[in-house]
Design a protein around this ligand. Structure first.
Ligand code: NAX
Length: 329
């Protein structure tokens, strides 16, 4: 057996954490031959609940689970961490403005960025799920002195998976037939699923689904509002599907599951200026990954006027968020 991958999960006793850690322990993030050591971080009042999660992990008797660390101390949680899944965040409370949410979460991600820089392994990779995910990733990266910025990402994969499922249903095909579906921008209702460059069964998607009114209307709004629809139906926000998307995100990036030849996936990563997105913003892009920690933004895609305009709006929102937390960058 190889050396265990040290995986930190923050907010590990929360809803997504509960859906995530068992799948990591069972080998779905890093493959069936890679042991993992789970480093679980929670706030102090949630440590009892975290203990319960750890007991259930023990009761899963996972052969790949090499060890666990349970703590409320970020330095301990990130000690030697290879992959950090930053899920824990402060939810938006009643009457709370978006700016307050940005600031409160900014404080968490400032501290976690520093703790990662001081304690994590040299090959650290970070996937941020806690909202506002893109801007939290920006803050963590800015405060992680010495860690290359491109090691920080935010998750837009749930949006991609949601979009693929809607498209597969519409076309009457298996979801596996829907490929090359990028989600551009912010993980927020402004994000943009790029149907112009997507494919179904290898054909341009727009040749298979010719109803452009549906693509620009109902499809887009269904994907953008899916999080709210889940809350309305379930009385709680997406958890298992979010954990599933994070498994996909990390597995493709550095869990030994490269993007299939000719396909791409969506990750929010620091912009290199591609497609007019200001450099440094953590923005959803189409990327190819090698499964071993490297990714590349797919260049040269043509965007329709519709998608280009939507990209402009989501990027403007990211810039506003960045400006609201400029004192933390
Ligand atoms: P929960 O409230 O169930 O769990 C969050 C957990 O984080 C709690 O157990 C809390 O004690 C812990 N926590 C809070 N501050 C912490 C800190 N400083 N250090 C460590 N742990 C801390 O929320 P859950 O449903 O699990 O969602 C977690 C985050 O994911 C939220 O911010 C949510 O908005 C975000 N989401 C992001 C998605 C994405 O696609 N990027 C989709 C799903 C989800 O909405």
């Amino acid at each position: 057996m190889s050396t265990p991958v040290r995986v930190a999960v923050t907010g590990a006793a929360g809803q997504i954490g509960y859906a995530l850690v068992f799948r990591i322990a069972s080998g779905q993030m890093f493959g069936p031959d890679t042991p993992v050591h789970l480093q679980l971080l929670e706030i102090t009042p949630a440590l009892d609940a975290l203990q319960g999660v750890a007991m259930e992990l023990e009761d899963g008797a996972f052969p790949l689970l090499a060890g666990m660390t349970l703590t409320d101390d970020a330095a301990e949680a990130f000690d030697g961490t290879n992959v950090a899944c930053l899920v824990g965040a402060k939810p938006r409370g009643p009457g709370m403005e978006r700016a307050d949410l940005l600031k409160d979460n900014g404080a968490i991600f400032t501290g976690q960025g520093r703790a990662l820089a001081d304690n994590a392994a040299d090959d650290l990779k970070v996937a941020v799920v806690g909202n506002p995910a893109n801007t939290n990733a920006l803050i963590a990266a800015a405060n992680a002195e010495g860690v290359p910025t491109e090691r920080f990402s935010a998750m837009v994969r749930l949006d991609e998976n949601r979009a693929k499922s809607q498209l597969a249903n519409k076309a009457g095909v298996s979801v596996a037939e829907v490929t090359n579906l990028a989600v551009w921008g912010n993980h927020s209702p402004t994000m943009v699923p790029d149907f112009d460059n997507a494919r179904i069964g290898g054909q341009p998607l727009t040749d298979v689904i010719e109803d452009r009114g549906w693509l620009e209307g109902e499809f887009l709004s269904t994907v953008q509002q899916r999080g709210k629809a889940i809350i309305d139906a379930r009385g709680a926000s997406s958890a298992a599907s979010a954990a599933n998307a994070l498994i996909d995100h990390v597995a493709n990036w550095c869990g030994g599951k490269p993007t299939p030849e000719g396909d791409w996936v969506s990750m929010a990563v620091p912009s290199d200026g591609s497609y007019g997105v200001p450099e440094g913003l953590i923005c959803g892009f189409p990327v190819t990954t090698d499964g071993a920690g490297a990714y590349r933004i797919v260049e040269g895609l043509e965007l329709s006027g519709f998608t280009q305009a939507k990209l402009g709006s989501t990027v403007a929102e990211l810039e506003e968020e960045r400006d609201a937390v400029s004192d933390m960058l």
